[in-house]
Design a binder for this molecule. Structure first.
Ligand code: CA
Length: 737
């Protein structure tokens, strides 16, 4: 009997082809709920469970928050009010083109509060390719599975009570066009779209509907009780006709769509193959990798004629080719784009083609795009995103147009979105820094990032063979970080137009001359010239002491700029690592700077501490906003044992690998990273062999690993102070020949 039941179970599992049939595959380690236990005051990720395919145009999520609430799904919520198609990159930026559906039973209730239902995480299954939940108040089970431009739903209604489906267009339009079809649109947005923006959607059901009510853009439909409805939904930013075309993606039915989405996830996540017994590490790693391949989203749609087009958020027109958006380069230039350039170069090429289109359609490269230019953060780090891609060997797009774009953006600012281009560029170009008394906030952060961005432009220009006359200003400006070094405090500080430094000066003051951080966090933003920074600080030992001091001081802070402790401040204070604020981006490369002081073992110990303590595979798994793959990509790189401190340099700074064996299936060949003795205690690199030969340096060159390589780490429990301590072991610095 037992055998028969087993046989039957196997048969059923095989029939539902989206369920796994054998051992765990990469996607089975992903927990999309990581980071969802977040509030306005304390972020452990500020994520939502994105049910999507990698870089998909539309994501779907269960919705616990009210329509329009940026905290769209909270782990501590008790009720679900809808299943939302979302394009939200962050609660702070919020959503656009959103609409939702919600099954209802009993009374015909369309109101978003009254239709909401109790649910439990125990009766919920969240994966990237499949989500299901039991809605207690309605006795309904709902399943959903995504494609890039569409999704399939299977909704099981109980017998003995009336059955409804609410279609909530977020104040747009939803119309029953025939008994099986709803057409509508959502124009919901928070800026960054052209006049007349619409997300055109089409919903198709295999069970006929009757209209009950239509009010405020929410349509309530009734269907026969006790049925399982197979519903497919697609949408388009281009046209209703394109939405119908997009519906083809799920025309094979729910199970086929689910199997396809699962296969796509395993194809993308499977570039990393891990052999290790630590299940928490596997779950954390693949959950981070999942977050690293969601954004920027691909906004292009393929028409019936086979031509790829996109809605331009800048002009409102429909243009040919790729366009990607929903990322803030201030966050993601650091390690997310370098990760794509290394592991997913084919996607990077499309992203760069999309940047060409942003430039052609708006006259600027995005800095924070969602989907058009949005006013958020500082810097001109599109230069890094462009330069690192090209210097990493990504090809197949119009680099001449991007050269024009980065050099134009360095000496201009967007007329209405001041975080696009360079705010304060005139002052920066004439003084060598953005002065802190010119009415431009966060001037020191801007200056430090502009100086690095100038170095990126220089490197790109050199690679493109540009004339030295054209490059000389960038060569000089790359050293502009020096202008903000306050010799009295030996830290970066705001500086007035007359040359005087900010007084009184508090290294603990967040904001003001800096961005979501203080001078202790921002003084390290000299990615391209760490040796030059060390020289300013008084040498390697002085810089090492300055690095140490960040961890040793208590987590005190000055929040007078904001008037309250912003969530990034709180996230620093609770982690027990002094003033180290890994929950925000400015400092995320800092641990690796010990590599430049000849003390790589200090980096190794701290990096391992952060990997073990600041990241988990559970709902509170991040230590601050995840931010569109950046905080996740830090973990993915660090798990490999190296990190791109300076995108554009062609080098990675060495850390400590997390796994006993990790193979990265790079398009150019396999990168095998082995550390057989790895453990929580054995976190130090005793020796490293690159392709069998001892490698004593604190860096890896991209050219050495891009076409495959073998890295063999002998991990030990005490620092090997004889390794990586010489001058020639230090990673790249601009001012060191
Ligand atoms: Ca952040």
């Amino acid at each position: 009997m037992k055998a028969k039941i087993l046989l039957l179970a196997t048969l059923i599992l095989t029939l539902f082809s989206c369920k796994r049939e054998s051992g765990p595959e990469p996607v089975d380690y992903v927990n999309p709920l990581v980071g969802t236990l977040s509030t306005y005051n304390l972020s452990t990720g500020n994520t939502y469970p994105a049910v999507a395919v990698p870089w998909g145009m539309h994501f779907w999520t269960p919705q616990t928050g009210a329509d329009g609430d940026g905290w769209t799904y909270r782990y501590d919520a008790t009720h679900i009010r809808g299943f939302k198609q979302t394009h939200q990159p962050s609660p702070w930026i919020n959503d656009y083109g959103a609409f939702s559906i919600m099954p209802v039973t009993g009374e015909p209730e369309a109101d978003e509060n009254r239709r909401a239902s109790w649910f439990s995480h125990k009766a919920e299954k969240a994966t990237p390719y499949y989500y299901s939940v039991y809605l207690a108040d309605h006795d309904v089970s709902l399943e959903m599975t995504p494609s890039s431009h569409a999704a399939a739903f299977r909704i099981s209604y109980p017998a003995g009570t009336r059955a409804f489906l609410a279609v909530d267009s977020y104040g747009g339009s939803a119309t029953l066009t025939d008994v099986n079809t709803v057409c509508g649109w959502s124009s919901q947005n928070h800026g960054g779209v052209a006049e007349g923006f619409r997300n055109f959607f089409v919903l198709n059901s295999d069970i006929a509907f009757t209209e009950i009510s239509s009010e405020g853009g929410t349509l309530l439909l009734e269907l026969p009780e006790g049925q399982t409805a197979n519903i497919s939904i697609a949408s388009s930013f281009i046209s209703p006709e394109q939405a119908l075309q997009n519906l083809e993606e799920v025309s094979g039915g729910f199970d086929a769509a689910c199997a396809a989405a699962r296969a796509e996830w395993n194809r993308i996540l499977g570039r990393f193959e891990i052999e290790d017994s630590n299940l928490d590490h596997l779950r954390t790693f693949y959950s981070c990798l999942y977050r690293s391949v969601l954004f920027p989203r691909d906004l292009s749609e393929v028409g019936a004629d086979g031509i790829r087009r996109h809605y331009s958020p800048h002009t409102g027109t429909v243009e040919e080719g790729y366009l990607f958006s929903d990322t803030g380069f201030w966050d993601t230039f650091r390690s997310l784009f370098p990760l794509l350039n290394l592991v997913y170069p084919e996607v990077s090429a499309r992203i760069q083609e999309g940047l060409v289109n942003h430039w052609k359609e708006s006259g600027f490269l995005p800095e924070w795009g969602s989907p058009g230019h949005r006013g958020c953060m500082v810097g001109n780090n599109s230069a890094s995103v462009v330069a690192d891609a090209w210097l990493s060997g990504i090809r197949g797009y119009d680099i001449d147009a991007l050269w024009e774009a980065v050099t134009h953006g360095a000496h201009s600012v967007h007329p209405t979105v001041s975080s696009t281009g360079r705010l304060g560029w005139q002052e920066y170009d004439s003084l060598g820094y953005v002065p802190c008394d010119a009415g431009i906030n966060e001037s020191a952060a801007r200056t430090l990032e502009y100086a690095y961005d100038d170095w990126c432009i220089l490197r790109l220009g050199e690679a493109l063979g540009k004339d030295e006359n054209e490059l000389a200003p960038y060569r000089r400006a790359a050293l502009n970080y020096r202008n903000l070094f306050d010799p009295e405090y030996r830290l970066m500080n705001g500086r007035a137009a007359d040359g005087s430094f900010r007084r009184p000066f508090s290294p603990l003051k967040w904001g003001g001359d800096f961005t979501e951080g203080n001078s202790l966090h921002y003084s390290w933003s000299v990615f391209h010239d760490v040796a030059g920074l060390a020289e300013l600080m008084g040498g390697d030992e002085a810089m090492e002491a300055a690095l140490d001091s960040v961890f040793l001081m208590p987590p005190r802070y000055d929040d007078s700029y904001y008037g309250f402790p912003i969530h990034e401040i709180v996230e620093m204070t609770v982690m027990g690592m002094g003033n180290y604020a890994h929950g925000n981006q400015p400092i995320q490369h800092m641990l690796y700077l010990y590599d430049w002081c000849g003390k790589p073992w200090k980096a190794q110990a701290r990096i391992r501490e952060v990997m073990e303590k600041f990241y988990t595979p559970w709902a509170d798994g991040y230590c601050g906003d995840e931010d569109n793959g950046q905080t996740s990509a830090w973990y993915v790189f660090s798990g490999m044992g190296f990190y791109p401190v300076c995108p554009g340099s062609g080098e990675y700074a060495l850390g400590t690998p997390l796994f006993r064996k990790l193979t990265v299936h790079l398009p150019g060949g396999d990168l095998r990273i082995e550390a057989p003795a790895n453990s929580r205690d054995n976190c130090y690199v005793g020796t490293l062999r690159l392709n069998g030969r001892e490698w004593g340096h604190n860096f890896l060159r991209q050219e050495d690993i891009l076409n495959g390589a073998s890295l063999r780490f002998d991990m030990v429990s005490a620092p090997n102070k004889g390794r990586g301590s010489e001058e020639q072991d230090k990673p790249y610095s601009f001012s060191r020949p």
